[in-house]
Design a protein around this ligand. Structure first.
Ligand SMILES: C[S@@+](CC[C@H](N)C(=O)[O-])C[C@H]1O[C@@H](n2cnc3c(N)ncnc32)[C@H](O)[C@@H]1O
Length: 212
């Protein structure tokens, strides 16, 4: 959770500036695409990049490509032969993100899937070092269960929006499937003795999970 505008500015001013292609992607998403708030953005993007550079993954899975911002950040840490698999349900976003994967020079490292992640994940026969869950909130727990056996021991699963705008600590409104989904996921992870986890309070909260 960000603190106040002055602190936010200070954080930005003391973080490596956004790469040119990412700033352009950020701007074009805001101009042309619905729900631009979904994009990870400068600080979270840099954080994902840092984490990926620490892990040096060979194989990454991202659920929820949107316009490609987080995929480009995560790809930064890939080993030389590494690949990021990224799934997006909205076919209208395919060319937009593809264009930026080229601008970032990672087009040969990205395997894009267009379709429902629930159906696509079982078809990907890979073992992942890092998974980033950032799609529909109702299905977070389903995604966790679907990917778990595909994550190597010592591998990581990150899930965005784990604080869901603070709604996780308020009474859930009737029919609010998204909040229910996030709470169910967070509680399941917390009680899962196959992992260690920290709910990291960056932006909207990132659940960081290490498979034991
Ligand atoms: C929050 S955005 C992803 C943002 C992106 N990871 C980033 O940080 O820039 C969530 C994306 O998940 C996609 N999505 C929603 N349900 C999905 C599903 N069942 N399968 C695959 N993608 C889905 C949405 O269309 C949307 O583009």
């Amino acid at each position: 959770m960000m603190t106040n505008p002055e602190i936010e500015r200070y954080i930005k001013n003391h973080t490596t500036p956004e790469a040119k292609h990412l700033a352009e992607l950020n701007r074009e998403t805001n101009l042309k695409i619905l729900y631009p708030r979904m994009l990870s953005g400068h600080i979270q993007g840099k954080f994902l990049e840092m984490i990926s550079c620490m892990i040096r993954p060979k194989m990454i899975l991202e659920i929820g490509t949107y316009t490609g911002y987080s995929a480009i950040c995560l790809a930064k840490g890939l080993t030389k032969e590494g690949v990021i698999h990224t799934i997006e349900i909205n076919p209208e976003l395919e060319n937009f993100s593809k264009n930026y994967f080229s601008k970032a020079g990672i087009e040969h490292r990205v395997k894009q899937y267009i379709g429902n992640a629930i159906e696509i994940i079982p078809l990907i026969n890979k073992i992942f070092d890092l998974v980033f869950i950032d799609a529909d909130k109702e299905n977070y727990l389903n995604y966790y269960k679907l990917v778990f056996d595909k994550v190597r021991r010592g591998g990581f699963i990150l899930a965005d929006n784990a604080l869901w705008d603070g709604k996780v600590v308020k009474p859930v409104e009737q029919g609010d499937k998204e909040t229910e989904g996030i709470i169910k996921f967070n509680d399941f992870v917390q009680n899962d003795n196959r992992v260690e986890n920290i709910l990291f309070p960056l932006r909207d909260g990132i659940m960081m999970i290490r498979k034991l």
